[in-house]
Design a binder for this molecule. Structure first.
Ligand code: NI
Length: 226
């Protein structure tokens, strides 16, 4: 589980909220599959609306150019972000995200390896609405500042608790990684982060860094499926 700080600036979050407040919204359960639909009670912005589509594409581009996300997810395909909204009493019960998703208006399918939630509402503006992810170390409860995102394995059972005051607006997306195995991907992320930290230290030997970098890319060559 990785937190991405300020994927959107304060000004951008304000702009997103303004645009979404004027966008057409529909029943969120219509876009859920099978068992997930019966526990999903929220609203989703109409992805065919021009302004919503514009925001989705903008966020999609941002995801692709955020080094921490690229390092952690090694994305191959990214689902166009969807915007959802939970008003008072609305929630999304425990569910798993579909393993295979069809990318709208395209013939492409995507295997969901990672899920990402970008928080767009100020945490002070609503109560409840926590993202709960069930992990082998117990439940993780996540509620981040507006403009922050969390990346987590799509294989984990998760839910959004009922909002008891205000509204919670968020963007969600899924990624197919070049590295489908979560533990290999996590090791590659740690290796890359260590290399990035060593680069920042002035006294690291260039030759040793080159060697580490070489190992990192050779591991990607070994494990990446394109
Ligand atoms: Ni989900």
């Amino acid at each position: 589980m990785i937190v991405i700080e300020k994927i959107l600036s304060e000004e951008e979050v304000t702009y997103y909220r303004q645009q979404l407040a004027n966008a057409p919204w529909g029943d969120g359960s219509k876009t859920a599959m099978g068992m997930a639909a019966s526990v999903k009670n929220n609203n989703q912005a109409d992805a065919n609306d021009e302004s919503v589509n514009h925001l989705a594409n903008q966020l999609l581009a941002r995801i692709g150019e955020t080094p921490k996300i690229v390092s952690a997810a090694l994305p191959d395909k990214i689902f166009p972000p969807c915007f959802n909204r939970y008003s008072e009493t609305e929630e999304y019960g425990y569910h798993v995200d579909s393993a295979i998703m069809r990318i709208p208006n395209s013939a492409q399918v995507l295997r969901s390896d990672l899920s990402m939630t970008t928080f767009l509402s100020d945490p002070e503006s609503y109560d409840g609405g926590e993202l709960i992810i069930s992990t082998e170390f117990g439940q993780q409860q996540i509620k981040l500042p507006a403009g922050y995102a969390v990346l987590y394995p799509s294989s984990s059972l998760h839910k959004v608790t009922a909002v008891t005051r205000g509204q919670r607006v968020a963007a969600i997306t899924w990624m197919q990684s070049m590295i489908s195995d979560t533990s290999i991907r996590q090791n590659l992320y740690q290796l890359d982060q260590t290399i990035q930290n060593l680069i920042k230290e002035n006294n690291t030997s260039r030759a040793e860094l080159d060697n580490l970098h070489n190992v990192y890319h050779n591991l990607i060559r070994q494990f990446a499926k394109l």
